[in-house]
Design a protein around this ligand. Structure first.
Ligand code: KG4
Ligand code: ZN
Length: 335
């Protein structure tokens, strides 16, 4: 039976300002203002990001409410990303949520951004069954998560250095591609073959490492460019295909290991890098071979968005997990 629980969720952990409205667990709107100002710097500039959040937050919230057809007076709670993320960016979302919640006299719900990437799978059908494994791969994180329930999850593998998205972005920078380079490598790899031998690191258990790969790509390119200054230009598609194939194989090998260790065959991917077509296709191929049920979120729920924050918030509302006005953002926030 419908309870008519309506929540406004705000996401401002990095460089996208997003607001979403959810009613009884169904997302009514999910609006995102992307920041393009960072491209010229080759990475997210925290000060630029927090200033842009300040400019974007009111229009994005207004748009989300309008698209959902919901008045502020109908809201039952305000949810926000508490962390992890850039402190200056988080502060904008947290402060806005506090002010709005106080003005409306309604409670607040804090959400862990990584928890939300996992629960992005509950934004739309098909939804995984518990327990499932989720490979969460973004610009800041690479995690294999054992998900027992909506709010009960454990990180069983993580990166010991760079995140998978960082590996895409930093390699792309070496190749002269704009930031963020992940989508460009994905696009260029489609017309290339993985002919270059970038090696897979040997890391124990379910953990990952990408910094060695980055260095080996750098040294390999430097050597080939010394022989032929146009090497990168002439082989860009094949280099991108080789980089992507290696990053995907590093991720998939650990995910396979995790399914064997846990015996779980419900397997999901989440986070910005889950938009990668090589990863999506490989997950489906291996899933078929291994007899997994695989889950890939729609593109709009892969990269940072408030819809996924709203999904967690709905579950927390049902459990009465609210926070007071003394809540503070947390740049580092373990799940
Ligand atoms: O989850 P997300 O939007 O933000 C963070 O929380 O970090 O992830 C952003 C990351 C960036 O590193 C970006 O290059 C990567 O996701 N990304 C991709 C693709 N789309 C986004 N990487 C590879 N292929 C893509 N198609
Ligand atoms: Zn994210």
């Amino acid at each position: 039976m419908s309870k008519n629980i309506i929540i406004l969720a705000i996401e401002s952990s990095c460089d996208d300002t997003s607001a979403a409205v959810i009613r009884d667990g169904v997302i009514l709107s999910n609006c995102i203002a992307n920041q393009t100002a960072h491209a010229e710097y080759g990475g997210v500039v925290p000060e630029v990001a927090s200033r842009a959040h300040q400019v974007n937050i009111i229009p994005v919230v207004d748009l989300a409410l309008k698209k959902a057809g919901i008045e502020k007076s109908e809201l039952n709670a305000i949810a926000f990303t508490r962390g992890p993320g850039l402190l200056g960016s988080l502060i904008v979302g947290v402060s806005f949520a506090k002010a709005l919640a106080m003005g409306l006299g309604i409670p607040m719900i804090e959400v862990n951004h990584m928890n939300a990437h996992v629960l992005a799978h509950f934004a739309e059908d098909p939804k995984p069954n518990f327990p499932f494994l989720c490979l969460t791969v973004s610009g800041g994180h690479t995690q294999i998560v054992h998900v027992r329930d909506y709010l009960d999850m454990e990180v069983i593998g993580t990166t010991i250095d760079d995140a998978a998205g960082e590996a895409f972005d930093k390699t792309g920078k070496m190749l002269g591609l704009p930031y963020p380079a992940g989508p460009h490598i994905d696009r260029l790899a489609k017309d290339g073959n993985p002919v270059f031998p970038f090696t897979e690191p040997r890391i124990k258990d379910l953990d990952f490492s990408f910094s060695g790969l980055k260095t080996s790509i750098l040294y390999y390119l430097q050597k080939r460019v010394r022989e032929n200054p146009d090497f990168v230009k002439e082989n860009l598609n094949d280099i991108c295909a080789s980089v992507q194939t290696r990053i995907v194989s590093i991720l998939m090998n650990k995910l396979k290991k995790a399914t064997i260790q846990t015996g779980i065959k419900e397997v999901a991917i989440a986070g910005g890098v889950s938009a990668n077509s090589g990863l999506r296709n490989t997950l489906q191929e291996i899933g078929k071979e291994e007899g997994w049920n695989t889950f890939i979120p729609a593109f709009q729920y892969c990269t940072d968005n408030a819809g996924m924050i709203a999904v967690v918030a709905h579950q927390k509302f049902l459990k009465g997990e609210f926070v007071g006005q003394d809540v503070t953002p947390m740049a580092r926030y373990a799940m």
